[in-house]
Design a binder for this molecule. Structure first.
Ligand SMILES: Cc1cc2nc3c(=O)[nH]c(=O)nc-3n(C[C@H](O)[C@H](O)[C@H](O)COP(=O)(O)OP(=O)(O)OC[C@H]3O[C@@H](n4cnc5c(N)ncnc54)[C@H](O)[C@@H]3O)c2cc1C
Length: 399
């Protein structure tokens, strides 16, 4: 949230001009005023103001933390269907809620999302806060973050978890900015830490290029908010007909919140790779040697009904698109079988594969760090090992 120093404001109106969401205006005294409902805390006005009259208002709320209880999970939907990361977070949320001695709830915002809301109960949500309406048909930052902020302000949860999806990565910081909260992005672990007699959410994530694991707590603001990548936590088993309590809220939306118009939705090759959902991932690294050599991995992936993944240098060299990249700055995967071919096993790669059921590593260097996490280590040249493997899979009759 931003704060305007009226003494310093000279009424030049430059902030009004630059504001992308028209949240600023000049009042009758020719001083800038902000509409807090519309402001996205983007900070453009702060850098534009010639008299430094605008600053970020930090809303430390230490003192009222006792009013906050409950663990919430944002249940992201796509065309009314609950995305998998929601149930995964509900699984983890259940553990946290038990330790906090809290209720576990989900939040679902969208049009035609009653089924998705009910489904959250099947994965452990005791309550589901639902905001439903045509105006939420397509995701737009301002209406969604406004609705989410309204719910948070009314019901005061202790913890809110979002999937670190494209949507979650956009929504969570917008809510954090709107309410002046902390947010830890891309967590790879969540637990509870006791500090000064209070139980806090301990948020773990790689830092400094993955060379350090940072442990972060938010002692001053509530709720404590984190985004978590899909597949970091496993999905709990679904139970049928759980019938959670559905709390429906209508949100009065200012037309100003609908400045962004979605003209077209395109889904291209990026979305089709699906390394995150695949049961089998055949991943190649620099050891594969060339773009053409990836054909061998494609064949193995076809034979095992899997998809091809890769390490970061493969994307940097333009051999495969970013959608294939596995690791810290790529996708986190949790397949039944991960075959790493010619991948050394840098920490930034390993962090993305650690939830795989079985890891087979093929590398000609017996000291390669990938072998530290492999269930089956094959020391050898992948150009010899993969053709043999393909032959074995083909069977004697080639079937
Ligand atoms: C901030 C940051 C984020 C990053 N994010 C990611 C990420 O998301 N994903 C990622 O993968 N990396 C990421 N990296 C890069 C990472 O640090 C490594 O540089 C990268 O993973 C190395 O890729 P590689 O294993 O393919 O290549 P290399 O480290 O060069 O390893 C190649 C391996 O192939 C083996 N080899 C060579 N020829 C053969 C053969 N014929 N048969 C068998 N084995 C062979 C070699 O022995 C070697 O072990 C990130 C780095 C930073 C700083």
């Amino acid at each position: 949230m931003i704060k305007i120093d009226r003494e310093e404001c000279i009424g030049c109106g430059e902030c009004v001009e630059v504001c992308p969401v028209d949240a600023l205006s000049l009042d009758s005294e020719e001083k800038a005023v902000v509409d807090e409902d519309t402001c996205t805390s983007c900070g453009l006005c702060i850098s534009t103001c010639p008299t430094n009259a605008i600053e970020t208002k930090i809303m430390a709320r230490k003192g009222d933390t006792s009013q906050y209880s409950g663990v919430w999970v944002f249940g992201e939907t796509n065309d009314g269907n609950l995305k998998e990361v929601g149930p995964q977070l509900l699984g983890k949320g259940r553990e946290l809620a038990s330790e906090f001695n809290d209720q576990l709830s989900a939040v679902v915002i969208g049009s035609d999302v009653k089924d998705a809301a009910a489904k959250c109960g099947n994965y452990g949500a005791e309550k589901v806060y639902m905001v439903e309406g045509e105006e939420f048909d397509q995701y737009k930052t301002l209406p969604f973050s406004f609705a989410m902020s309204q719910l948070i302000s009314e019901f005061k949860p202790r913890v809110v978890l979002y999937g670190a999806t494209h949507l979650g990565r956009d929504l969570a910081p917008s809510v954090a900015g709107r309410l002046g909260l902390g947010l830890t992005a891309d967590c790879t672990g969540l637990s509870i830490k006791e500090e000064d007699g209070e139980k806090l959410l301990l948020q773990t994530r790689p830092a400094f290029g993955g060379n350090l694991i940072a442990e972060i707590v938010c002692p001053n603001t509530r709720p404590q908010m984190a985004t978590v990548r899909p597949n970091v936590f496993s999905c709990p088993e679904e139970t049928e007909n759980s019938q959670p309590e559905i709390i429906e809220r209508e949100v009065d939306l200012n037309p100003e919140l609908f400045k962004v118009e979605i003209l077209e939705r395109l889904s291209g090759e990026e979305g089709e790779v699906g390394v995150e959902e695949a049961d089998v991932v055949i991943a190649g690294g620099r050891g594969v040697g060339s773009e053409e050599n990836f054909q061998l991995l494609e064949e193995l992936a076809d034979a095992l009904d899997g998809v091809v993944g890769c390490s970061r240098p493969i994307v940097e060299d333009g051999w495969l698109s970013k959608a294939h990249q596995v690791g810290q700055s790529g996708k986190t995967v949790s397949p039944k079988l991960y075959i790493a071919c010619g991948i050394s096993g840098a920490i930034q790669h390993k962090v993305g594969i650690r939830d795989s059921d079985t890891i087979i590593a093929i590398n000609k260097d017996p000291e390669a760090p990938i072998f530290d996490v492999a269930d089956l280590s094959v020391v050898g040249d992948l150009h010899e090992v993969l053709p043999e493997l393909l032959e074995l899979l083909g069977g004697e009759d080639g079937s």
